[in-house]
Design a protein around this ligand. Structure first.
Ligand SMILES: CC(=O)SCCNC(=O)CCNC(=O)[C@H](O)C(C)(C)COP(=O)(O)OP(=O)(O)OC[C@H]1O[C@@H](n2cnc3c(N)ncnc32)[C@H](O)[C@@H]1OP(=O)(O)O
Ligand SMILES: CC(C)C(=O)C(=O)O
Length: 616
């Protein structure tokens, strides 16, 4: 049947509770709640293939490592595997730390309760957890019980637990806790929930030192999260002896609001939250403990659980549950610390640069466009933050080059390189990974890859008396330099000479004799590395004589001057590669090289201006 034209005939809106003086909207969360991980129970019971004992064991160890102090480990009466696993935890020395309580779940059925209490015998700290549904839907359909019958069963079952645990003469070495869940709390009448919990409380006899846990599950999420917060606040305000009670939350995610529900309900007065890593659990899952914890963290509140190595947590959860963590899961998803789109990348890159320039230490003042959490804090690397595809701009590709090669590309080169990247990304129709981008850059600018033009040998001579080259004005720093050297083009050697104000201009002049006419428009350099490993990188933008086209050259060398010569030859290499035919160059050892193309008159004014400023 298709969707109804009028769904109100079939579905009724959830009636909100009457709480006009609700307090929670004015509250904020200022501390971490008590956490309970129910991965090994609610999470496990919802898997296609439940975990085996070894998987549960590894999972348990990880939960302890993360810092969970209350862990629901099983439904021991459900299967031998669960029973045996619970025994294994208790009987293997050192596995359950003294400050960790293991919790086990049972229905309100005598035989199951007996088996459940047996399963945790000898534990240092154990919590027995019983549930009984309170909503009219469940009471009528599933149990066929009146409210009074339900209270009677809950009380009888609680007394049985009591006799098998804290009142049992042979079981005094265990610190016993008790949790009762009015299942489907979110869909129950609040007055009835209070009545059944009062009766259970009396049967258990809690103290301020050892409070009873009333877990208020949104077994099925049926309303907006503010309604759940109202229900929880109502419960907290109306249950007696509040200081002998720990109010726990157990939100499911049927409407996709479990995180909001857990947060608002904490504002409503709850003390404890039950959930699973990455929101595993029945149907749409339990509330995601990772999200809740890191939401606190990004508000400056330590969650008392540690996700410094989130990748290892993801690996374990995926391995044991056989369910992948969604790539867009908050904090944990592979794509949530990545930006593909140009404007995001640009903003993030500027954000990181601003941090670097301000010298902000890693543990201070995170103010970053698009990234609510420093990926480093959860063991992610910055390299993974910016990824490049056809939606990316210059910022993304240049960020990757900076991370890979330590090169801080000038804006013009960023633009030039991004065109190369865009073309490649469109042609390939997929993401270009960092190593591919690095290779693309190295190929385009002849770094660590063979160049068609190589400098084999050279020297400079200085002539203070001579007049400047035509078109250049003489000035105090316009001392004329002459480049004499040997370059190889496609393996063939050529002796060339040229004069100019500095090394770059004299080499540019010399290249003219090979028909390569470059006019330097922009020049930048910076150091890469530190100490003995320091190198210089030069970036040169050249206009190709007489044409509108510009090319960039990049040179890296220990010696600054040589880096700039390599950069210029890199640009020259690009020029000859872009020509339709190999240039006609004179044979080796020929000092008087004939021009090899019709291209262009030499113009080195721009070169002289840019380079002479740097004394080159
Ligand atoms: C919201 C939750 O996640 S609650 C936890 C749910 N987890 C699980 O159920 C996983 C483990 N469960 C199991 O392995 C089995 O269901 C067992 C061992 C507990 C019980 O198995 P069975 O005896 O075969 O019963 P079955 O699985 O059909 O459960 C339904 C019965 O339990 C009763 N029941 C359900 N919940 C409860 C409860 N909280 N207290 C008492 N009885 C209950 C039902 O009314 C029904 O009884 P009926 O057979 O008289 O009609
Ligand atoms: C047993 C209870 C707490 C439960 O899992 C639920 O209501 O979802």
């Amino acid at each position: 049947m298709p969707m109804l034209k009028d769904p109100s005939t079939k579905y009724k809106p959830f009636p909100p509770i009457n709480l006009p003086d609700r307090q929670w909207p004015n509250k904020t969360i200022t501390k971490a709640p008590r956490w309970l991980s129910t991965d090994l129970r609610d999470g496990n019971q919802s898997l296609v293939d439940p975990m085996d004992g070894d998987q549960k064991f590894r999972y348990f160890q990880k939960l302890v490592e993360i810092g969970y102090k209350e862990i629901e480990v099983s439904f021991p009466s459900a299967s031998q595997i669960d029973f045996d696993f619970t025994r294994r935890l208790i009987e293997t020395p050192g596995v359950v730390p003294d400050d960790v309580a293991i919790q086990v779940l049972s229905q309100c059925r005598e035989d199951l309760i007996i088996r459940t209490c047996e399963a945790v015998q000898g534990a240092k700290k154990a919590i027995i957890h019983l549930y009984l549904a309170t909503s009219p839907c469940f009471r009528n359909i599933v149990f066929g019980m009146t409210e009074e019958q339900s209270i009677e069963l809950a009380v009888k079952s609680t007394k049985l637990v009591r006799s098998l645990t804290k009142d049992h003469p042979d079981r005094q070495d265990t610190h016993w806790g008790y949790e009762f869940s009015p299942e489907t709390f979110s869909d129950s009448n609040m007055e009835f929930v209070i009545r059944i919990c009062e009766a259970v409380k009396e049967a258990w006899g809690p103290s301020e030192e050892n409070p009873i846990i009333f877990n208020l599950p949104a077994t099925v999420e049926v309303a907006t999260p503010n309604v759940y917060a109202d229900q929880v606040e109502y419960f907290c305000r109306n249950i007696s002896e509040r200081d002998k009670i720990c109010v726990s939350l157990h939100p499911h995610n049927d409407r996709g609001c479990a995180t909001a529900a857990a947060e608002l309900a904490q504002m409503g007065g709850a003390d404890r939250v039950e959930g699973c890593l990455f929101g595993n659990g029945e149907r749409t899952g339990n509330v995601d403990l990772v999200t809740l914890a890191l939401n606190l963290y990004t508000q400056g509140i330590h969650p008392k659980v540690d996700f410094s190595d989130i990748n290892s947590v993801i690996e374990l959860v995926e391995d044991c549950c056989k369910i992948p963590v969604h790539p867009r899961a908050p904090y944990g998803g592979q794509l949530v610390v990545c930006a593909f789109s140009g404007s995001h990348q640009d903003a993030i890159k500027k954000g990181f640069n601003a941090r670097k320039q301000a010298g902000t230490p890693d543990d201070q003042d995170w103010v970053m466009p698009y990234l609510p959490l420093d990926p480093q804090d959860i063991g992610r690397t910055y390299e993974a933050v910016i990824r490049v595809n056809s939606q990316s701009g210059k910022g993304g590709a240049s960020w990757v080059v900076e991370q890979a090669l330590g090169l801080s590309l000038p804006r013009g080169l960023q633009i030039a390189f991004s065109k190369i990247v865009q073309k490649e990304a469109e042609a390939r129709g997929c993401e270009l990974k960092a190593p591919e981008l690095k290779q693309l850059f190295e190929n385009a600018y002849h770094i660590n890859t063979p160049s068609r033009i190589n400098l084999l040998d050279y020297e400079f001579s200085t002539d203070r008396s001579s007049s400047p080259v035509p078109g250049m004005e003489r000035s105090s720093i316009n001392t004329r330099r002459t480049f004499s050297g040997v370059i190889a083009i496609d393996g063939r050697e050529h002796k060339i000479h040229g004069s100019g104000n500095g090394p770059i201009s004299s080499l540019a002049h010399a290249l003219r004799s090979l028909g390569i006419d470059l006019d330097v428009k922009d020049y930048k350099e910076h150091a890469i590395g530190k100490g003995r490993e320091t190198k210089a990188v030069s970036y040169i933008e050249c206009e190709v004589g007489g044409q509108q086209q510009t090319v960039w050259g990049v040179g890296i060398h220990e010696d600054t001057a040589q880096a700039s010569l390599i950069a210029l030859l890199g640009a020259a290499s690009t020029v000859i590669s872009s020509r339709p035919a190999t240039p006609r160059v004179a044979p080796a050892n020929n000092d008087t090289l004939a021009p090899v193309s019709d291209a262009v008159k030499v113009s080195i004014n721009g070169l002289e201006t840019a380079a002479s400023k740097l004394g080159l």
